[in-house]
Design a protein around this ligand. Structure first.
Ligand SMILES: [Zn+2]
Length: 113
């Protein structure tokens, strides 16, 4: 389960922020996950519960926001919405698509006390 590794990285990032900013604990963690990525939100929540144990983020709420998929269709030369990996272009049905957004995961915001 690679969500565990992702959370490990996230918790390390939070602890680095704590060292810099000096907060006591984290109340809310907001992460953005692209719908085309390989991150399962439920697995991420579980991994965060485990990974944050014993850190300043231990009692934090994890808020997951989904980033919609977006790409550029080379067949009809326009920006299109992609709802699932492997989907064709909704406008022309082509598959020459460059994904521009929706595969990423990022730590968006921390609410700290
Ligand atoms: Zn197209």
């Amino acid at each position: 389960m690679h969500e565990m590794a992702l959370c490990q990285g996230m918790v390390e990032l939070i602890e680095e922020q704590r060292a810099v900013n000096g907060f006591d604990r984290v109340e809310r963690v907001i992460v953005e996950i692209g719908v085309l990525g390989h991150v399962d939100p439920h697995a991420l929540e579980f991994a965060f519960d485990v990974g944050a144990r014993g850190t300043s983020a231990e009692s934090a709420t994890l808020e997951i926001r989904e980033i919609p998929g977006r790409g550029w269709c080379m067949d009809c030369s326009q920006t299109i919405e992609i709802t699932a990996r492997g989907d064709g272009c909704p406008a022309c049905g082509g598959y020459q698509i460059i994904v521009e957004q929706g595969e990423e995961m990022r730590l968006k915001e921390l609410e700290v006390a």
